[in-house]
Write a protein that binds this ligand. Structure first.
Ligand code: FES
Length: 162
């Protein structure tokens, strides 16, 4: 359970107010909150609910439906493994399994050192490069299982540096 500071609450309320005139503001609010804080825990959802009148159940449903949003802090490097059809038929499941095996986490989780998160994504718009993996926006094309250890190693060597 996190305790939000009055400043944090005010910032979240200001984001809600930014979209007060919109008919369906929730996605826009959540996008801005995710950008600001990196994740959207229940305590933040409660602030949004109080400010907008949208139920926590609805907010929670949206946060957990879209991979763009997260209930937990993401790692420094977010590994997005595409499991869309084009990637899936070219072995994407084996690729994500290898990332999970090496990092010891499941999709949606973050390593204890905070360096890596893994997300299972639908099509990321790089079907010609299937199977595709995106890490902090950089797309890796035609990834092979054997490539995975070196990809992870290259980010480990960067460490906490961006
Ligand atoms: S299905 Fe993976 S990029 Fe389109």
């Amino acid at each position: 359970m996190i305790k939000l500071s009055p400043v944090a609450v005010a910032k979240i309320e200001a984001i809600c107010d930014r979209y007060a005139a919109e008919q369906t503001p929730l996605i826009m609010i959540l996008s801005d909150v995710q950008k600001e804080y990196g994740y959207i825990p229940l305590e933040v959802q409660e602030v949004i609910s109080k400010r907008t009148g949208i139920s926590v159940a609805e907010i929670y449903g949206v946060v957990t439906f879209y991979s763009l949003f997260s209930l937990e802090p993401k790692g420094k490097y977010v590994i997005g493994c595409c499991l869309g059809t084009a990637c899936f038929v070219k072995g994407a499941q084996n690729i994500i399994d290898k990332f999970c095996e090496i990092l010891g986490i499941q999709p949606g989780q973050t390593t204890p050192d905070g360096l890596f998160s893994i997300d299972a994504l639908r099509c990321i718009g790089a079907c010609a490069a299937a199977p595709a993996v995106s890490i902090n926006g950089q797309v890796y094309a035609r990834v092979k299982v054997d490539d995975v250890p070196n990809i992870i190693k290259s980010y480990r060597e960067k460490g906490g540096a961006a």
